[in-house]
Design a protein around this ligand. Structure first.
Ligand code: PLP
Length: 363
């Protein structure tokens, strides 16, 4: 008997492992594993969720019209080239499906966001990781690895999990040096947290007839990860392709309403950004003083790099934190087995993490 067979490349994919949410036997768990935003959802978004809950029986507007108009207005973009997705994950997957397949290559950096290789693998394409320099994307290393087969280059700027970024002039240099047929995807998942003069999320590079895409999410500073809402900005041709392939109702009416309202909540965003800067600086300094290396992050998390000594390494630190009810993220799957990624949470959460790691390092 011959049984149904999946596409052979699918069985090589290691399923995505998300941040844990529970620890057996611990009542109060502190979860700093998924960069979800310290303050929960924006109050304006929560209000919109309550107000639209009774519309759950209605199919959503398949074009997310109000949300896309709000985005266009806020960022001064062409509404016809904006596409909403069920998180930016949805759009990453769509880009892979539409542009890559067997015989092609998809390019990203050595410590790239895990969903790029996962979604790319579903298409049967080959994966190519370019080395980084100082755990930061390296334009020349990326350009060297681009060839006739390369279809997509995914670059999170700033990057998760390293927290590092490339300045605007380096991004422009990357686009200039890359072959024109390579679609450059700039993922700005953490853009709202950034406060640097030389940073640019790249919206201006997404021209109507060009080869750059920008992705954004409501899962980080807006605190709406559970609802699944994100968006992208595309060229005319790429938007047309993605709109043909995406699910017609890919973002729920409640998520659309919440995201639209969140975009009006500048006060919440400003408060989140200020809190994040203060506690990221504080946490980084405290950890460095303990002998843990923390590369400078411009995101809502830090990468904590532990010494190699047994008993003081990342694995032991993770176990110790967990025994105290604190969940952070192991980074072995990202090629950083010496590191833990710690999201910036509330003040008492950060104090507890630092106190616990102080006890761990000084034991
Ligand atoms: C969190 C994250 C995303 C987005 O996730 P969604 O919840 O699917 O919008 C995208 N890219 C990077 C680099 C991220 O860290």
């Amino acid at each position: 008997m011959s049984m149904p067979q999946p596409k052979p490349w699918l069985l090589d994919i290691a399923p995505y492992v998300g941040g844990e949410a529970e620890i057996k036997g611990v009542d109060r768990v502190i979860k700093l594993a998924s960069n979800e935003g310290a303050f929960g959802p924006s109050p304006k978004a929560l209000d919109a969720i309550r107000k639209t809950a009774d519309q759950a029986y209605r199919y959503p507007d398949g074009d997310s019209t109000k949300l896309r108009r709000k985005i266009a207005e806020k960022y001064n973009l062409d509404v016809d080239r904006i596409i909403a997705g069920a998180g930016s994950d949805d759009l990453i997957q769509l880009l892979c499906r539409c542009y890559a397949g067997p015989g092609d290559e998809v390019l990203f950096t050595a410590h790239a966001f895990a969903m790029y290789p996962i979604y790319a693998s579903t298409t049967g394409t080959a994966l190519v990781a370019a080395p980084e320099f100082n755990i930061t994307a390296d334009v020349d290393a990326l350009v060297e690895r681009a060839n006739d087969k390369t279809k997509l280059l995914f670059l999170a700027n700033p990057n998760n999990p390293t927290g590092t970024y490339l300045p605007a002039d380096e991004i422009r240099r990357l686009r200039e040096k890359l072959p024109e047929h390579v679609l450059l995807v700039l993922d700005g998942a953490y853009a709202e947290y950034v406060n640097r003069n030389d940073y640019d999320v790249g919206a201006d590079m997404v021209t109507p007839d060009g080869n750059v895409v920008m992705l954004r999410t409501f899962s980080k500073i807006y605190g709406l990860g559970g609802l699944r809402a994100g968006w992208g900005y595309f060229s005319e041709k790429t938007a047309d392709v993605i709109n043909r392939v995406r699910s017609p109702f890919n973002i729920s009416n409640i998520a659309q309403a919440a995201a639209t309202a969140a975009l009006d909540d500048d006060e919440f965003v400003e408060k989140s950004r200020r809190h994040n800067e203060e506690w990221r600086r504080w946490t980084s300094e405290k950890l460095q003083a303990l002998g843990i290396t923390v590369p400078e992050s411009i995101c809502n998390f830090v990468l904590a790099r532990f010494p190699e000594e047994p008993g003081k390494n990342a694995e032991a630190a993770d176990a110790f934190l967990k025994s105290r009810g604190i969940i952070v993220r192991r980074m072995g799957g990202y090629g950083l087995p010496d590191s833990l990624r710690i999201s910036i949470g509330l003040e008492d959460e950060m104090r507890l993490v630092v106190d616990t790691l102080t006890e761990f390092m000084e034991a």
